[in-house]
Design a protein around this ligand. Sequence first.
Ligand SMILES: [Fe+2]
Ligand SMILES: [Fe+2]
Length: 271
Amino acid sequence: MINFLVIGDVIGRPGRNILTEGLSILRSQKKIDILLVNGENVAGGFGITRKTYSYLVDKLGVDVITLGNHWHDKPEVDELTSLEDSRLVVPYNAKGIKEGVSAGVGYRIFTTRQGLQYVVMNVLGKVFMNPETRSPFESVELMLQDPVVQKVAIKLLDVHAEATSEKQGMGFYFASRCSIIYGTHSHVPTSDERILEDHAGFITDIGMTGGYDSVIGMKKSRAIERMLSGTHNKLEPSKKDGWLCALYCSVEEDGRCSKIERIQMRLSNLQ
Ligand SMILES: [Fe+2]
Ligand SMILES: [Fe+2]
């Protein structure tokens, strides 16, 4: 059995600080074998840098980092995906995947300290996002047909999508073939965690880890001003009302999720 702790979108420095504080509490309460984070907003809210990658992996011990539509906001991500022991998984159907970035596109296979293999897949939704994106259903189907993926029983899928309907459709469609299917991107947690088809742990969206006194993680005054004026003034991560949102799942060796728990912690240290 593997116990996975999955963290949704981490928003900038306040998100990293909340994660650091929250993890020290969670690690004293729960047995966490593998830690996953969605890192598409970890660098100032936009993308991932060498420094923030190292903070997650080297300081916090994150095992796998999935990304999303902001995957390439910081071009140094190309270098990070090609590291020999890279933990990054880029969405299979991300727009503008650079030539040369092939490792870690769509999925990557990892091994636990006990020698158990698991695969982590990442895909973007299409509804209310870029209509030119390749279908997430078709994308995941192609990954699952890969003989290398087929050999691994434990499969996790980050569905980085805007529409709740699309995420639930993906959940039911792939439930018998995945161990955990979790939504990210909306930055708001849903409370519908459950096990689908007696096989896959599922939640429509884990929610962000960041300042909730905000509009989806960004200082609310600036975000509202943008909506009122239609201008693109700079957004900045909120430092108020920190929450850590996560999903804690146990997965058996045959790939079935046997336990699912949603975690929401309110924390203070955002500076
Ligand atoms: Fe995000
Ligand atoms: Fe996103």
